[in-house]
Design a protein around this ligand. Sequence first.
Ligand SMILES: [Zn+2]
Ligand SMILES: [Zn+2]
Length: 266
Amino acid sequence: MGAWGHDLFQSDHDLDMVSEMTHDAGLYKLEEEAIAKAKAAGESDAEKQIYYNLYGPSHPDVVRHHLDSGVLVDLIEKKKAKMLAPPNRLDFLRDPCYEYVLLGACAMGLGCTLPSDYLNMLKKVYTEGGLMSGALMQMRKALFGPDGFTNGVPYDFESKDLIETANSMHDEDRQPGASGFVSLNVIGPGGFFNTGMGDSSTSTIIKELRAQHAKPDACGGCGVKAQQSGAALLQCAKCKNRRYCSSTCQKKHWKVHKRVCDPTLY
Ligand SMILES: [Zn+2]
Ligand SMILES: [Zn+2]
C-alpha cells in the first residue's frame, strides 16, 4: 500500500476504493460496451481512448450523465447504510465513512448533481473517516468554500498524480531507491499505519449518527420510547432527527447531538 502525498487520490488506498466504486457504479461494463462499439466502427485503439472511471475518466460527460441518471443516488444510499450500520471489526481497513466521503469527492470532481441531504451529511462527517491532512483541507474548501463546489459543476481538487508529484519535487528531496526509482512513499490512509488522526470507529459524530439511525424512535438521552405521561416523544426542533422524553434529556444530550444537528454550528 503506497501513497505519494496527503491529498485526495494520492494513495493506492484511495485509488483502490475508487476502482471498486467504479465497478459498483456499473462503469466498467459501460466502458466495455463503448469500446466494443468504437472498435466495430473501426477505431483500433479504442482501449486507449476510452476509460470510464469515477476519477479522471476519458469522457467525464458520459460518466456524469450515467451517474446522474440515478446511479449516484443508489450508491450514496448504499455507502450511507454501511456507514450507519453497527461497527465492523474490519472497518479500520476500509473505513465506511472514508468511503462515503471519497464517493462525494469523486462526484464533485465530475460535476454531478449531489442531493442536498448528501451535501449536508458530508459537511457533518468529512472529518471523521481518517482522511489525510491535505485531503481534509481539500474537502473543507470544496464543501464550505471560498471557491468551493457548485452543485453540477466539475470541481478541481488539484491533487497531483504520482508523475506530477515526482516532477514537482526538488532534486534533493528525491531518494533514489535500490531499483533506481524515485521513492515517493509516505504514510497513507487506512490500515494499520494510518494517519493516526482517528477514524469513524472512534468518532462521537458517527456514533451519534449510528444511534440515531438504529433507534430513531427512542429518547436520545435515556432510550425510552414515550414521555412519562405516555405522550409521544418530543422532537429536536432544529433537525427533527432526534427525539427526547424531556427537556432534561435533551439538555443532557446536547453536547453530543449538537455535533450532528446542524453543520453550520461548528
Ligand atoms: Zn430521556
Ligand atoms: Zn437536532
